[in-house]
Ligand binder design. Structure first.
Ligand code: NAD
Ligand code: USQ
Length: 404
């Protein structure tokens, strides 16, 4: 029924790689709810990292099998499941031949910067897992479904913090009297963020060489947890990371406020990034799928809705906490990372808005509900996991909370 050449009809079949993770789970349910045929591909390695490092999601999460059974019984919709590692090309080939996707959304990577900076073996794992996994996806598209649109999760961190405005993927430069539009310079600052740069280069090359159609979503830091679909039943609840390895800035601050831990601002706190609500992650991915890149096009969107410095986030959480009667303190933690702590930051993010994104901006009511969410689960918090323990400068010196 779906075509193998020429302009495909409206995309219907979407493979969600990494569909058991934070962004992927929310997205898989959202697309299934919107009428797409969805298959999740995941090695479940993220659950293994948590076991190995002694970490756990703030929220209890059901097994992927129970999650999908619950979804089926609530909605009647089936999400297919392929458990395996996309670095295993034989496995990946079978999933492509069996599912025949019109679009592949690729979330399936090791995504923590601190994890990639623990030691040599985690640095190598991260780049191998991410770069080879993405290469395999590109080869699978070329060999089995060449019209399939790749929607790849990249990161705003690919650009670093240059002292000029950040454009969406490309910049037009005039040099010695000649002008060209070139890939925007990349200055990533962890082995994880660098893996995304390597991915982007490989994808751009295969778009040119083989005519792959691809969208690189340079996503900012995601916050929040509830989406329309995960809210439908407690067995569909998403994961929520708050620890020093996988937890991200605003989500961590909400959990810290809930348990009376001072907010952990690293260094001077002027680090500014793009942020977005997880409800906008799922919306952006849906928009990218519904409006595919052309064959051979390497399209880049900056996927975030607002910029904040770490200090601004801390002060927003402090104010929201006070309204709920929490006494929220902030401490300055010696920065475990090597990054600019006071810098210019102004990144474009218009392309997804042009496609119809209706952003959920960070509001008092969202902060309120995130804080209440964290309070609801606060007995599950392991305070030992909160302080950061992985140093960029001392990579390989075993952190206290991380077993070998
Ligand atoms: P996550 O760790 O919650 O989920 C990633 C999923 O991918 C996990 O379920 C894991 O088991 C799976 N996976 C990893 N390697 C795999 C492999 N080789 N084969 C099959 N499955 C594999 O991460 P997340 O927060 O949902 O992030 C998803 C994607 O979005 C990542 O690419 C990440 O870089 C990107 N991203 C996340 C954020 C954020 O704030 N969470 C921000 C920007 C970009
Ligand atoms: N930070 C603090 N205190 C904390 C946690 C973080 O000050 O307790 C600071 C960090 O030093 C950094 C900023 O907040 O300057 C963001 O850190 P983060 O851990 O929230 O996010 P990051 O490491 O950049 O990684 C996350 C996701 C990653 C994604 C990235 C998007 O884990 O997968 O690629 O956000 S971006 O930041 O745009 O590159």
């Amino acid at each position: 029924s779906h075509q193998t050449s020429g302009e495909p009809s409206k995309p219907r079949r979407v493979m969600v790689i990494g569909g058991d993770g934070y962004c992927g789970w929310a997205t898989a349910l959202h697309l299934s709810n919107k009428g797409y045929e969805v298959a999740i591909v995941d090695s479940l390695i993220r659950r293994l990292f948590d076991h190995q490092l002694g970490l756990d999601s703030l929220t209890p999460i059901s097994s992927i099998h129970n999650r999908l059974r619950c979804w089926k019984s609530l909605t009647g919709k089936t999400i297919e499941l392929y458990i395996g590692d996309i670095c295993d090309f034989e496995f990946l080939s079978e999933t492509f031949k069996s599912f025949e996707p019109d679009a592949v959304v690729h979330f399936g990577e090791q995504r923590s910067a601190p994890y990639s900076m623990i030691d040599r073996s985690r640095a190598v794992f991260t780049q191998h897992n991410n770069v080879i996994g993405t290469l395999n996806v590109l080869f699978a598209i070329k060999e089995f479904v060449e019209q399939c649109h790749l929607v790849k999760l990249g990161t705003m961190g690919e650009y670093g913090t240059p002292n000029i405005d950040i454009e969406e993927g490309y910049i037009t430069i005039t040099h010695n009297g000649r002008t060209d539009t070139l890939p925007y310079p990349k200055q990533a600052s962890s082995f994880y963020h660098l893996s995304k740069v390597h991915d982007s280069n490989n994808i751009a090359f295969t778009c040119k060489a083989w005519g792959i159609r691809a969208t690189d979503l340079n996503q900012g830091v995601v916050y929040g947890v509830r989406t329309d679909e995960t809210e439908m039943h407690e067995e569909l609840c998403n994961r929520f990371d708050y620890d020093g390895v996988f937890g991200t800035a605003l989500n961590r601050f909400c959990v810290q406020a809930a348990v009376g831990h001072p907010l952990t601002v690293y260094g001077k706190g002027g680090q500014t990034r793009g942020y977005l609500d997880i409800r906008d992650t799922v919306q952006c991915v849906e928009l990218a799928i519904a409006n595919p890149a052309r064959p051979g096009e390497f399209r880049v969107f900056n996927q975030f809705t607002e910029q904040f410095s770490v200090n601004e986030l801390a002060s927003l959480v402090t104010k929201a906490g006070e309204k709920l009667g929490l006494d929220v303190k902030t401490i300055s933690v010696p920065n475990p990372r090597v990054e600019a702590e006071e810098h210019y930051y102004n990144a474009k993010h218009t392309k997804l808005i042009e496609l119809g994104l209706k952003p959920h901006l960070l509001s008092d009511s969202l902060l309120d509900s995130l804080l209440n969410f964290a309070i609801k689960f606060k007995d599950r918090v392991d305070a030992k996991q909160i302080m950061p323990d992985v140093s960029w400068r001392k990579i390989g010196v075993k952190p206290k909370t991380v077993a070998a």
